[in-house]
Every structure is written in C-alpha cells, then in structure tokens.
Design a protein around this ligand. Structure first.
Ligand SMILES: [Zn+2]
Length: 333
C-alpha cells in the first residue's frame, strides 16, 4: 500500500482519506478541531465528533463508527479507537493485505477529565503526530499543573483581581472548567465555550459551578474565554484582571512575550515528548511516519532503534519497510 500526503493523508489505491484539508469523497475526521473542518462528501467519525463538527461547521453527511467496532469500508478494514485528545477524538487502525496501519491524529496519553482514555494498538506502520517532539517538552505532572492553575486564581483573588484563563474553546476550556470547578471555584464562561459544554453534557461529561459570561459584577468568579477574546471589549472593560494562557508551549519561557498574558501554564491536549516515545515503544511499528512537528523528532526515534521519517506534504511513501537502519543519518539536519 502507498501512503501519500497531499493536503491530508491518503491511502493510494483506496478512496480513504485521513484528515484531508481539501474536500474529499470519503474522509476520516479524527476530531472536531478547526484544522480538520472540511465538509467532505462523506465523513467517517465518532458520534461525538460528528455532533461537535456539525455544531461548529454545519450539516454534513457522516458515516458514524463507534470505538473498537471493526468495519470494512472502501475495501479497507477500519477500526476507530480513542485518542485522548478531546471528547470523541479518534485514531484509526486500517488493515489491508495483511498490513496494519495506525494513524493517530492528535493524541495524548495523560489522563483527561473530559476525553476518553487513549489506547495504543500494535501496528506495522504508524503515522503519528509529533507536535511536542523535542525533549524539552516534557510536561509537569497533571497534579502540578492543576495546582498552578489554582494558585493563579487564589493569587489574583487575594489582590482583588479577576482571574481570566485563555483556553481554546473546544477541549482545553472544558478540561480547565473541570479542574477549576472540582476545586469549588465559580466560573463564568464565554458563549462559544458554553455551547460546547452543553454538547459534552449530552454525552455524559457533567460540569458544575458554571454560568454563561455576563458583563457587570463578576464577584468572585473565574473567567474562561478563548484566546482570541483577549483584546475584546468584553475583556478590556474589566478593570482589574490577571490573565493566564493555557498552552503546552508554556514550556518555552519566551512564550509569555508571544501571548502577552500575565502567565502561561502548560495545560495541553497533546502528547508530550515522553508520551510520544512511550506510544511508539508500545505500538512497536516497523516503520513510523511523523506529522505536525519537528522533523528532528525522527532522530530520537532512530536512537530508540525505530525506522522513522517525517511525512512531508506531497510525499509518497511505499509501505514496504526494512528493519535495517541507515548508518550515517544527520539527526538534526
Ligand atoms: Zn486537535
């Protein structure tokens, strides 16, 4: 089988596309984040992704598949399984001619309060995201991150300031809401976040202590808004406030200048470097193609004894693989 990468991943010789960025006849959409928001003729996805997708981008034709229910589609045996990234996020296992290929989409292995627990399946070929594929991106233990968020709120409130978290409206914001409301804080959330919370609740993920954000007296509430709202009048009209950006890039000390918040806290819905390596060790693929990350990540995989290369746009790669590793590759080219 041949994998090609042209505005998304395509298994050549089949009609199956994976997270294609241009309209395709039949495409697996791993989750409902904006970078996958294309209304294909027909979309393969979980029920949760379909619901979130239609809420954000309008009606589409879906072929719904539950987790871990194999099915033959377009001549390929496919199976979806949880990615742990956001609610309904899925990876896909594809089997054809005796070869097992897994495409991870965005994933994380750490426990989530709002997404299904990620699974890892053994495969021959692994196409994986590698956003945080540098050793510096090893996130602190989740409990430490939660403590930092709570501390941020308590410090701001002690100074009479309104604590504001900037968090992506789908996934990150809901995770932040769970962490903060479990601690007993009262939350005000932006409408785009609020509407998505209602969908999470339809699927049994319950939230407490939250209300739709209204201007006026904020009292002792904690505000959660999408990052792009930072410069909105809504936020600018709040006289005394303190803002924290929630992003995995908070591991870079320079990110604070970039986001211009008061603080950046590394709450992420992606795997960190150690999880990426952990994933590969468990999946034991013969060949790995990396996407969405630093090309140098493949060097670390090769050090671990894996055959890996970045899957670049317009690349076409045959899935015949050999266990022999190159002897003179440049890790950081
Ligand atoms: Zn995503």
């Amino acid at each position: 089988m041949i994998i090609e990468c042209k505005n998304g991943v395509h298994l050549k010789g089949t009609d199956l596309w994976l997270d294609a960025k241009r309209k395709a006849d039949f495409c697996f959409v791993s989750h409902a984040h904006a970078d996958h928001a294309v209304r294909h003729t027909e979309i393969l996805a979980t029920r949760e992704t379909a619901r979130l997708f239609e809420h954000r981008y309008g009606k589409a034709k879906f072929n719904i598949l539950e987790y871990n229910r194999p099915k033959i589609l377009k001549g390929v045996k496919v199976q979806l399984f949880p990615s742990g990234h956001i609610l309904g996020g899925a990876q896909i296992l594809m089997e054809r001619d005796g070869t097992k290929i897994v495409y991870t989409g965005d994933f994380k292995l750490r426990k989530s309060l709002t997404a299904e627990k990620a699974e890892i399946k053994k495969c021959d070929i692994l196409i994986m995201e590698s956003t945080f594929g540098r050793p510096r991106y090893v996130f602190p233990h989740p409990q430490q991150i939660h403590t930092r968020m709570i501390q941020f709120v308590e410090d701001a409130q002690a100074k009479g300031e309104i604590p504001i978290f900037l968090a992506y409206s789908l996934g990150k914001a809901q995770e932040a809401m769970k962490i903060l409301s479990n601690r007993g804080f009262k939350l005000f959330v932006h409408p785009t976040i609020y509407n998505i919370v209602k969908i999470y609740e339809e699927f049994g993920v319950k939230f407490k202590n939250y209300e739709l954000f209204q201007t006026g007296n904020l009292g002792d509430r904690v505000l959660i808004v999408p990052p792009q709202m930072k410069r909105s009048r809504m936020i600018e009209n709040i006289p005394r406030k303190r803002m924290a950006m929630l992003t995995g890039w908070a591991m870079d000390s320079g990110v604070i200048n970039h986001v211009r918040g008061d603080e950046a806290i590394p709450l992420s819905d992606h795997a960190d470097f150690s999880e990426l390596i952990q994933y590969v060790k468990k999946a034991q693929p013969e060949k790995i193609y990396t996407m969405h990350g630093f090309a140098e990540f493949v060097g670390f995989l090769r050090e671990e004894g894996f055959d890996a290369e970045p899957l670049k746009e317009s690349n076409e790669v045959k899935t015949t693989f050999s266990k022999k590793l190159p002897t003179n590759y440049d890790l950081f080219a």
